[in-house]
Design a protein around this ligand. Sequence first.
Ligand SMILES: Nc1nc2c(ncn2[C@@H]2O[C@H](COP(=O)(O)OP(=O)(O)O)[C@@H](O)[C@H]2O)c(=O)[nH]1
Ligand SMILES: [Mg+2]
Length: 320
Amino acid sequence: MELARKELGGEALLINARPSAPETRYLGAYEVVFGLVPAEQATVPPPATGEEAFRAELSELRRQMDRLTLTRADSPAGPQSGPAPPDELHPSLTEKLAQGTRLDQLFRTAPGIGRQVALVGPPGSGKTSTLVKLAARYGVARRRTTQILTADVNRIAAADQLRTLAAILGIPCEVTDTPLVLSHQLELFRSKELVLIDTPGFGFREMEDASELAVFLATQPEMETHLVLSASMKPSDMGRVVDSYAIFRPSKLIFTHVDETARYGALISEASRQDLPISFLCTGQRIPDDLEEATVHRLTDLVLGGDFELRPMLRKGAAA
Ligand SMILES: Nc1nc2c(ncn2[C@@H]2O[C@H](COP(=O)(O)OP(=O)(O)O)[C@@H](O)[C@H]2O)c(=O)[nH]1
Ligand SMILES: [Mg+2]
């Protein structure tokens, strides 16, 4: 970025970055394309020093990320159209609330990530974008040595998309097409302070294809697997997805698309039913801004904000 700004001026924008082809690698590890936007649109801050420079660099990265649109063509959990379906708490939860249990006692949160993290979940739930958010927040911002691995070789261009995003962050990204390769890579990168693994999204009818990867991840002692779910899913669909992903033995839940719904009953129901803590909430597409560490306070606030019928139940529980 520094060189580009020297040559092209403060408005230089990173348009593309990818690992160099073997024949041009002697020139450098990455091939980058810079461009200029008209002066009135340019918002690149003036060069700064120290902390300020680091922040400017981060916000520049963020701006670059925003320009890259991730595909969501295969998303069964896309934005809601039409009126929201009626909210539906799992009957056992409704019963507990009626008996006086407080809403905030029905679920747990466990924000943060371990050293080896895999994100699993249905297609379009937000695994790849969440992984990049985590890489920026827990890798780049904390200056940890980070490695991204992607097992998503099923979808055309999925790995390229992640590679591009990773290159912008300056994080190496390797494709891993079988659990055997993945196991070699985990060994190879065992000195990295953070290893993030992206996985393909498996639909209901594809869960059989998931079993080899699921067994591998579930039996890695150090692996922390987060199940990524769209908060805007219908409660019954979410329940089915969570049940089918049990083969991965996820230890935490991440809810994405929190900005696209006002109904959070399904989210709380599943967290409670599975007794799995919620680690993060994703509230939009911006990388890495739209990632929040889950807290009980924030979640109860969400539920009460969107679902007024629950208010008396919470009060009743609180009084009890
Ligand atoms: N509005 C909104 N969009 C999101 C959120 N998380 C991901 N997306 C978008 O959902 C689409 C699918 O995300 P992606 O990460 O590719 O899903 P994957 O198939 O599970 O890897 C992309 O367009 C993302 O930008 C979120 O929290 N809110
Ligand atoms: Mg993906």
